[in-house]
Design a protein around this ligand. Sequence first.
Ligand code: SF4
Ligand code: SF4
Length: 128
Amino acid sequence: MMRDILFHIKSLIAGHFTVFKHSFKPAVTVEYPDEKPIIPDRFRGKHTFDENACIGCKTCMRVCPASAVEIFKDGNKKTILFDYKKCIFCGNCKYYCPKSAIGMSKQYELATDKVEDLKIEMGKKDNE
Ligand code: SF4
Ligand code: SF4
Protein backbone atom coordinates (compact mmCIF):
# COMPACT_ATOMS: atom_id res chain seq x y z
CA MET A 1 0.00 0.00 0.00
CA MET A 2 2.71 2.45 1.07
CA ARG A 3 4.80 1.45 -1.94
CA ASP A 4 1.86 2.22 -4.27
CA ILE A 5 1.39 5.66 -2.76
CA LEU A 6 5.09 6.46 -3.10
CA PHE A 7 5.06 5.22 -6.71
CA HIS A 8 2.13 7.51 -7.59
CA ILE A 9 3.67 10.51 -5.86
CA LYS A 10 6.91 9.92 -7.76
CA SER A 11 5.02 9.69 -11.09
CA LEU A 12 3.14 12.88 -10.28
CA ILE A 13 6.35 14.78 -9.54
CA ALA A 14 8.03 13.40 -12.68
CA GLY A 15 5.06 14.49 -14.81
CA HIS A 16 5.02 18.01 -13.38
CA PHE A 17 8.78 18.28 -13.77
CA THR A 18 8.51 17.36 -17.48
CA VAL A 19 5.82 19.99 -18.06
CA PHE A 20 7.86 22.60 -16.16
CA LYS A 21 11.01 21.78 -18.16
CA HIS A 22 9.22 22.14 -21.51
CA SER A 23 7.41 25.35 -20.61
CA PHE A 24 10.68 27.28 -21.13
CA LYS A 25 11.37 25.84 -24.58
CA PRO A 26 10.23 27.62 -27.76
CA ALA A 27 6.93 26.38 -29.21
CA VAL A 28 7.18 23.91 -32.10
CA THR A 29 3.61 24.60 -33.24
CA VAL A 30 2.21 27.68 -34.98
CA GLU A 31 -1.08 29.55 -34.57
CA TYR A 32 -2.58 28.10 -37.76
CA PRO A 33 -4.41 29.45 -39.78
CA ASP A 34 -3.27 32.95 -38.73
CA GLU A 35 0.32 31.83 -38.98
CA LYS A 36 1.44 29.52 -41.77
CA PRO A 37 4.01 26.80 -41.15
CA ILE A 38 7.24 26.68 -43.15
CA ILE A 39 6.81 23.90 -45.68
CA PRO A 40 9.91 21.86 -46.49
CA ASP A 41 11.04 21.57 -50.12
CA ARG A 42 10.34 17.84 -50.29
CA PHE A 43 6.77 18.23 -49.01
CA ARG A 44 4.20 16.14 -50.90
CA GLY A 45 1.15 18.34 -51.37
CA LYS A 46 -1.32 18.86 -54.22
CA HIS A 47 -0.06 17.52 -57.53
CA THR A 48 0.96 19.46 -60.59
CA PHE A 49 0.70 18.07 -64.09
CA ASP A 50 2.57 18.91 -67.28
CA GLU A 51 0.34 17.64 -70.07
CA ASN A 52 2.99 18.43 -72.69
CA ALA A 53 5.49 16.12 -70.98
CA CYS A 54 2.99 13.28 -70.40
CA ILE A 55 3.15 10.43 -72.91
CA GLY A 56 0.01 8.70 -71.64
CA CYS A 57 1.83 5.52 -70.52
CA LYS A 58 -0.41 5.19 -67.42
CA THR A 59 2.49 4.12 -65.19
CA CYS A 60 1.13 6.55 -62.60
CA MET A 61 -2.13 4.60 -62.49
CA ARG A 62 -0.36 1.27 -62.12
CA VAL A 63 1.88 2.37 -59.25
CA CYS A 64 -0.82 4.17 -57.28
CA PRO A 65 -1.63 2.03 -54.21
CA ALA A 66 -4.92 3.86 -53.66
CA SER A 67 -6.32 3.90 -57.21
CA ALA A 68 -6.48 7.65 -56.84
CA VAL A 69 -5.21 8.72 -60.22
CA GLU A 70 -6.59 8.31 -63.74
CA ILE A 71 -5.17 9.36 -67.09
CA PHE A 72 -7.41 10.19 -70.03
CA LYS A 73 -6.14 10.42 -73.56
CA ASP A 74 -7.98 12.13 -76.39
CA GLY A 75 -5.68 12.18 -79.37
CA ASN A 76 -2.63 14.12 -78.33
CA LYS A 77 -4.45 15.65 -75.40
CA LYS A 78 -3.94 14.13 -71.96
CA THR A 79 -5.71 14.94 -68.76
CA ILE A 80 -5.15 13.55 -65.29
CA LEU A 81 -7.70 13.14 -62.54
CA PHE A 82 -6.64 12.99 -58.89
CA ASP A 83 -9.14 11.78 -56.34
CA TYR A 84 -8.10 13.37 -53.05
CA LYS A 85 -10.63 11.26 -51.15
CA LYS A 86 -8.34 8.32 -51.85
CA CYS A 87 -4.86 9.79 -52.32
CA ILE A 88 -2.44 9.09 -49.49
CA PHE A 89 0.24 11.45 -50.88
CA CYS A 90 2.77 8.64 -51.11
CA GLY A 91 4.41 10.24 -54.16
CA ASN A 92 4.61 7.05 -56.26
CA CYS A 93 2.91 8.71 -59.24
CA LYS A 94 5.51 11.46 -59.21
CA TYR A 95 8.54 9.27 -58.64
CA TYR A 96 7.71 6.60 -61.22
CA CYS A 97 6.57 8.94 -64.00
CA PRO A 98 9.16 8.43 -66.75
CA LYS A 99 8.68 11.97 -68.07
CA SER A 100 8.48 13.89 -64.78
CA ALA A 101 5.05 15.07 -65.86
CA ILE A 102 3.70 14.89 -62.32
CA GLY A 103 4.95 17.08 -59.51
CA MET A 104 3.90 17.61 -55.93
CA SER A 105 3.55 21.16 -54.68
CA LYS A 106 3.64 22.68 -51.22
CA GLN A 107 -0.11 23.26 -51.31
CA TYR A 108 -1.74 21.42 -48.42
CA GLU A 109 -4.98 23.32 -47.85
CA LEU A 110 -7.30 20.97 -49.72
CA ALA A 111 -10.05 20.62 -47.13
CA THR A 112 -13.55 21.27 -48.42
CA ASP A 113 -17.13 20.60 -47.40
CA LYS A 114 -18.04 19.62 -50.98
CA VAL A 115 -16.97 16.06 -51.66
CA GLU A 116 -17.03 16.63 -55.43
CA ASP A 117 -14.28 19.24 -55.04
CA LEU A 118 -11.90 16.47 -53.97
CA LYS A 119 -11.73 15.17 -57.53
CA ILE A 120 -9.40 17.48 -59.38
CA GLU A 121 -8.74 17.21 -63.08
CA MET A 122 -5.66 18.81 -64.57
CA GLY A 123 -4.52 19.28 -68.11
CA LYS A 124 -7.57 20.98 -69.53
CA LYS A 125 -6.90 24.59 -70.28
CA ASP A 126 -10.29 25.67 -68.87
CA ASN A 127 -9.69 23.77 -65.59
CA GLU A 128 -6.30 25.15 -64.63
S1 SF4 B 1 3.30 8.13 -65.65
FE1 SF4 B 1 3.71 10.24 -66.31
S2 SF4 B 1 3.90 10.09 -68.55
FE2 SF4 B 1 2.90 8.20 -67.86
S3 SF4 B 1 0.68 8.64 -68.03
FE3 SF4 B 1 1.31 9.14 -65.91
S4 SF4 B 1 1.78 11.34 -65.99
FE4 SF4 B 1 1.77 10.62 -68.10
S1 SF4 C 1 0.45 10.37 -54.33
FE1 SF4 C 1 0.29 8.11 -54.13
S2 SF4 C 1 -1.85 7.76 -53.57
FE2 SF4 C 1 -1.75 9.85 -54.37
S3 SF4 C 1 -2.25 9.66 -56.55
FE3 SF4 C 1 0.00 9.56 -56.38
S4 SF4 C 1 0.46 7.37 -56.24
FE4 SF4 C 1 -1.71 7.61 -55.81
